[in-house]
Design a protein. Structure first.
Lengths: 494, 480
């Protein structure tokens, strides 16, 4: 029996050696959820019956030697903004309370195809808008490392579930850092793939040109396995990458010898928690000692990326969320006319942050303001992409902290949207460029809270990015666990 | 002051594709409500559009038929507005880079020939259909409004003309010609009664000779060419009356009221609505390499304007050429077969657009229901030009052929319709008539010229009308 919290790799080995069954893996994860949910609230909905049926089926198939690969029989959580057939999908919004989609998102369908056991749907900021999971209409998720603190967001439920062991791995979505920032704050690995690598079909859209599904896992290797299962062309998504997905797990142990690492000058200094900066510096030294060529790179437009993002993302969201009008599904507050029904439903159904962004975006697209706001933001986006391209002529990957600070207290930033938006300052540029980026835990701060390290790579540069991330993981030797009450169990209780 | 109307026409055409614009649902008409719907066309959360390649091929073909330039790349935009029959509350449409731009259409009527500029032809999707039920069933009196999403997402092409039209009649002629092109290119059946082609008109007036455009009013809800013409005429009159009394025309959208034959203003200020267009992030920009355009060009049929010219070149009179060129393909091929079989083009054109069409209408059948071929039209015209049947008998021969009695000469023989032009036989009849009417002969010879007509009539009667009147006159002249 493996000791310590289980990775996909370790759980898979236990399944195939007969040490554990898929039903037992699921039972362990479910019992963790029973123990921790009242405190953490990672899940909006645990699918006990569906998961048990899937686990039994996995056991039967494995018994017969029908092996679907690394995810077969592995309990995986899914962020609640991905459609699951017949299973409530709310996006943490009142407007979709009770909504059961008639179809599976492509990523979910591929998980099922790979034999994964879907444990349930995890909490998020409403429609993935937020950085703390406090904007959920169903209450916040808490950080397993300190339940007075947020898990980050918007994929806070997925990150906290993996950190607490109530899932072995999870899917999240990342529009401006929504996978990487909570991964950083919860001490797990979180990765946003290249835009288009994972189909968005069935992912309830926030900002279509930025949204991307990706893995939250205990290890870099697990991230590669989970990504491999869900990536690849999907004819149902016209922006899906048409080529073959690379072999992400293939070159994890190549090391960093001879690789050029660019440290982003603009992501550090004032406003960064000192122990975050120190841990980052220390990791850079270790990487250099392994033969990496570490150099500083300046990307001046990173300073305005946040502003561009907060015009583009709300603009797209203002149209994407227009369909929630009480006419066909979800909440419907009947008015005397169709437009009164629409207005009433939307006023009642959306929370304050979603409302704020819809208003912002509607304004940014209005006649007379379009050029100054949305148009200007799109120009910044193109220039930023050019700046990235220029940087990648000099270096193989870019590195930075994932978040300027470790986990902050619940309520600390809810009254100050700008302070909240600053949480994503390091992660937003990769969404604007469509490039892949990953966060790996590298240590703890003075308050015993995890610190994340971000590796960014050019489009479809997942292989080199994962190789660097794996080396960071090895060098950090991060094996700290949340406080015992909320730490994942050592292996599977058989 | 004399006022000049300035008119532009916007046309929406539903394409005849098998499936919808952005999903695999079937394009349908008249099926039970909400039976051709899926997550995409119902705008369920998480669904995404995938463009229909066939629809894009068709809009390119139509653009080429309208002499447009095909943009090498084209972009979809979101047009944002809230309406219960618009599932996403935005329509995927096009804005600044439509598929086709800068074309024209040559139009002609009895009165005029003119060219209308085409500003753009762009691709979009149709909305669902609101069905008002209960009480009066009209939009304001209905107890309830239900929405049928079968139509939602049907590929829709919008064709925007330049403001080149100057009269209601010209606008109608343009609309008819445009519909003919749409049908001819095979992109849509363009049936007005089903709403698969819909016309809106932008109407303004300005002092004659002024280069500036007046304030335009958009009029909607015309469901026939006739109502299009009437609505425009009524709107021109309304605007002219307004400015005559010193009032101003305001920019607005007006609905044509078919029964009242007037336009009604709508309360909403649509003129100022802001659709907040932005690039559709779910769809990559389209890139058309030369092969797309060449492929579309290879599917272009002969268009009405060119066909009119060709028919005129064959000698057909302009009016008949116009009718023939826009008549249904079976009638056209009947005409063309007839000419190929040696018929005179003018005569064949007259037969096809005249008697044949009239007879089909009387019989309430289409051409494929009768055994009439081009070669028979050619044979019929020969019988007439050779004087073997009279013009009136020829119509009866045609009926016989259409009744399946055989070839024109078989019908003429069987129905005893051949003219007697055998000299010897006719002379014999004339002799008999003269012998039987000695008085008349005497009167004629004594200078009573009009008696000749009586004698000819007697010959015709004796031959049951089959005698060739020219030959009878010649013989009579010689004998008398």
């Amino acid at each position: 029996m493996p000791s310590g919290p289980l990775s996909i790799g370790a759980a898979g080995a236990a399944l195939r050696s007969g040490e554990a069954t898929a039903v037992e893996l699921l039972a362990a994860v479910m019992s963790r959820a029973e123990m921790t949910e009242s405190e953490l609230h990672c899940y909006l909905n645990l699918d006990r019956e569906g998961a048990m049926a899937a686990a039994r089926q996995a056991d039967r198939e494995l018994d017969r030697g029908e092996d679907r690969g690394p995810l077969h029989g592995i309990p995986v959580a899914v962020k609640d903004n991905m459609c699951t057939r017949g299973l409530e999908t709310t996006c943490s919004s009142k407007i979709l309370a009770g909504y059961r989609p008639p179809y599976d998102a492509t990523a979910v369908a591929r998980l099922r195809e790979a034999g994964a056991v879907i444990v349930g749907k995890t909490n998020l900021d409403e429609f993935a808008m937020g950085s703390s999971t406090e904007n959920s209409a169903y209450g916040p998720t808490r950080n397993p490392w300190d339940t007075g603190r947020v898990p980050g967001g918007s994929s806070g439920g997925s990150a906290a579930a993996v950190a607490a062991g109530s899932a072995i791995a999870a899917l999240g979505s990342d529009t401006g850092g929504s996978i990487r920032q909570p991964a950083s704050l919860c001490g797990v690995v979180g990765m946003k793939p290249t835009y288009g690598l994972v189909s968005r079909y069935g992912l309830v859209a926030f900002a279509s040109s930025l949204d991307q599904i990706g893995p939250l896992t205990r290890t870099v290797g697990d991230a590669a396995l989970l990504l491999s299962a869900v990536a690849g062309h999907d004819p149902a998504d016209a922006t899906s990458y048409a080529g073959r997905a690379p072999d992400f797990a293939g070159s994890l142990d190549r090391g960093v010898d001879g690789l050029r690492l660019g440290v982003v000058k603009e992501l550090g200094g004032d406003g960064y928690q000192p122990d975050v900066s120190e841990a980052t510096e220390e990791m850079l030294n270790k990487l250099a000692a392994q033969g990496a060529e570490v150099m500083e790179v300046s990307l001046p437009l990173f300073d305005v990326a946040l502003s561009a993002y907060y015009l583009i993302a709300p603009a797209e969201c203002s149209a994407n969320l227009a369909r929630f009008d009480g006419m066909r599904y979800g909440l419907s507050i009947k008015g005397s006319t169709a437009s009164a029904t629409m207005a009433g439903t939307r006023a009642e159904g959306f929370g304050p942050e979603v409302t704020r962004r819809i208003l912002l975006g509607t304004y940014a697209l209005s006649a007379g303001y379009f050029d100054a706001f949305y148009g200007q933001a799109q120009r910044v986006r193109s220039l930023l992409q050019a700046e990235f391209d220029e940087a990648y002529r000099k270096v193989d990957v870019l590195v930075s902290p994932t978040s300027p600070t470790t986990a902050f207290r619940l309520g600390e930033r809810t009254q100050d949207p700008l302070a909240m938006y600053m949480s994503d300052i390091c992660t937003i540029p990769s969404n604007l460029s469509g490039h892949p980026a990953i966060s790996v835990p590298i240590g703890l701060d003075s308050k015993h809270l995890p610190i994340g390290f971000q590796v960014m790579a050019p489009a479809l540069g997942e292989q080199v990015m994962m190789a660097v991330a794996a080396e960071v993981e090895r060098l950090a030797g991060f094996d700290a666990l949340p406080p015992p009450a909320l730490a994942p169990p050592p292996g599977v209780p058989l | 002051m004399k006022w000049e109307p300035v008119i532009g026409i916007e046309v929406h055409v539903e394409l005849d594709t098998d499936s919808k614009m952005f999903c695999g649902c079937r394009v349908s008409f008249g099926d039970p409500p909400n039976t051709h719907v899926c997550p995409v066309c119902l705008a369920l959360p998480g669904s995404l559009p995938v463009p229909n390649r066939k629809a894009i091929e068709r809009i390119i073909r139509l653009g080429l038929a309208l002499n447009c330039r095909i943009n090498p790349g084209s972009v979809f935009h979101r047009k944002n507005y809230y309406y219960a029959d618009l599932p996403k509350n935005y329509q995927i449409s096009q804005y600044d880079v439509p598929v086709c731009v800068d074309g024209w259409l040559d139009v002609e009527s009895d009165e005029s020939r003119f060219r209308v500029g085409i500003e753009r032809v762009h691709m979009e999707e149709d909305t669902g259909k609101s069905v008002h039920v209960g009480e009066g069933g009209r939009i304001h009196s209905a107890a309830e409004t239900l929405v049928d999403f079968n139509r939602a997402g049907t590929p829709l092409v919008e064709i925007v003309s330049r403001p080149d039209l100057r009269s209601a009649a010209d606008a109608r002629t343009y609309a008819q010609e445009l519909r003919a092109v749409v049908v001819e290119t095979g992109v849509s059946d363009a049936r007005m009664e089903r709403g698969s082609i819909r016309f809106d008109a932008n109407v303004s007036i300005r002092p004659e000779g002024s280069p500036e455009l007046g304030v335009k009013v958009e009029i909607k809800n015309m469901n026939s060419f006739r109502s299009l013409e009437k609505a425009i005429r009524s709107e021109i009159e309304r605007q002219t009356a307004l400015v005559a009394t010193g009032e101003r025309v305001v920019m607005e959208t007006r609905h044509w009221d078919e029964e009242g034959e007037v336009t009604h203003g709508m309360r909403t200020k649509e003129g100022s609505s802001d659709y907040r267009y932005f690039t559709e992030p779910d769809l990559a920009p389209m890139v058309f390499d030369g092969s797309w355009v060449e492929e579309a060009r290879s599917h272009l049929p002969e268009l009405p304007a060119l066909r009119r010219d060709r028919y005129r070149g064959m000698g057909v009179k302009p009016a008949a050429a116009r009718v023939l060129a826009s008549s249904d393909p079976q009638l056209r091929s009947l005409f063309e077969e007839a000419v190929e079989s040696g018929a005179d083009a003018v005569a064949a054109g007259n037969w096809v657009t005249g008697e044949v069409t009239a007879s089909l209408r009387r019989r309430e059948v289409s051409l494929e229901d009768v055994p009439l071929r081009g070669g028979q039209i050619a044979a019929l015209t020969r019988l007439v030009s050779e004087g073997r049947v009279s013009a009136s008998a020829a119509r009866e021969v045609l009926e016989g052929v259409m009744d399946g009695e055989g070839s024109p000469s078989e019908v003429a023989t069987r129905r005893n319709l051949l003219q007697l032009s055998d000299r010897a036989a006719l002379e014999e009849v004339v002799e008999e008539v003269m012998a039987a009417n000695p008085e008349a002969v005497e009167r004629y010879r004594s200078g009573e010229g009009k008696v000749r007509g009586f004698l000819v009539g007697q010959v015709m009667r004796a031959t049951s009308g089959r005698a060739d009147p020219r030959a009878v006159n010649e013989i009579l002249s010689a004998r008398l």
